[in-house]
Design a protein around this ligand. Sequence first.
Ligand code: ADP
Length: 510
Amino acid sequence: MSPPEDALRDAELAIQNERLTAITSIARTLFSALEPTLLVEVLLGGVRELLGGKATLYAPRPGGGYAVTGDLSRCDEQRCGDGFITLAGNSDVIVIDEHERRAAVKVAGSGRTTAFVLDVASETPYSSADIFAIGLLAQYFGVAVRNVELYQELAARRDAVVELNQVKNDLIAMMAHDFKGPLTAIVGFADVLAEDERFDADSREYLGIISSSAMRLAALATETLVLSRLEHNELSLALEEIDLAALVNDVVRVLGVTRAIDLRVSTGMPKMRGDAARLRQVIENLIGNAIKYSPGGEPVDVAVRAPEAGRVEIAVRDRGIGIPESERTKLFSRFARASNARALGIGGTGFGLYLARTIVDLHGGRISVDSSEGRGSTFRVVLPVQPPQRASATLRLVLLDSDGEARSYVAHALREDGYAVSVAANANDLVRLVGEAHFDAALVDVDRLGSQAEAIVRQLRERHVPVVRIGLHRSGETNGAEPSLAKPFLMKDLYAALDTAVSQASGSPG
Ligand code: ADP
């Protein structure tokens, strides 16, 4: 080839190269556009940019023929495509009208869209490179249309699944919540009967079993509620000042009945702010697991210390089955269980550690595990003394009930429903607590207080703390204006009484 021909060829190659780069860039934008209007805009803009002509996209009309579309829908506009468009729609190749300088091409659709037609009108005659470019863009556009359709289908399915999940969660939350009312009554009645001298020792023991089984059911209902709140992102903390060492000690005392647990608490532990009920769940789960996953009965060590200023740590060490290394991190996900635990047939749901991690996260802390398979594991929770300000504002209640079992259940149920509850076992406790902190309401078991009851209620009234009286009998008019509840009661009646007490107090001057 002579030099001028070489130069011409180079120039042509450069133009072709530039055009291919432009087409690739348009294709990339087409593939990332997941919205129909945007997709059409990208196509038409791209054709204009590439060929300088006027581009139009046609969609088939329901009654036959074609109409201009800007969003892939089979619109029913008046401006129908002419015979040229219909011809292109019926053809498998690009149709060209040399005279009008138009080129039209069918864009193969998928199941939902039959075939679009892309019409390009140019001011200059088409070169073969132009025709090639139009054909390529039409093909890319067809793929992009199918992408958009698939994406829309997926989105619709996802919405349906999300909606179904929401219905399921609502149902679970409703059931779990509604369980609590009858369970309070069962626990309450069983406790009342267990103290009745007319029953012999055996019957009273059976009543104790009824009561503790109902408590277990209540715990299950609570766990279910927590799960559903987690899924709704609704789990929030009721923060109060807590003594972590005392909390751990309390759990160790209960679980220590079944296994030797060595508890070590460093001296000078700082007080911390946290949600006592939730942290108790974490500690119970970790120590419970240490016992469960050391089936040989090996002892468990628990240590509480302050590793650095502003932080506290609980470490639970066992000498049990351990956890295979590759499975350690996944155990904090929902329903995850290690293969060795399954192989050994040790029962579990894989929910506890997930819940523990969520609760620790909400407190701004960290949970981790060290383990050696076959030799044991150490779970460690580090918490800041002052958690981040994320917890919701809660009503603070003080509960006076010297009946241990019922007190713990009512306090538990109230905490589950988001109240911050302090419990007092006797009149002195109550007076001390009310002197130390502000409470939005007090729940007072008047029967147990006997002659002291009226004096205590009076003191609370003077401190502007609304009171709900709880007793074996409805108090009637002799006991003043406070709402009263007869034991055993349903939680919903307790909430109604609380509402009345709080609104009476805020309605009265001073
Ligand atoms: P569950 O014990 O009900 O299965 P968790 O969420 O508390 O649920 O624990 C998840 C999994 O982590 C367990 O199934 C078990 O495989 C493993 N695991 C937890 N704690 C220990 C432990 N102390 N020793 C060995 N494996 C453990």
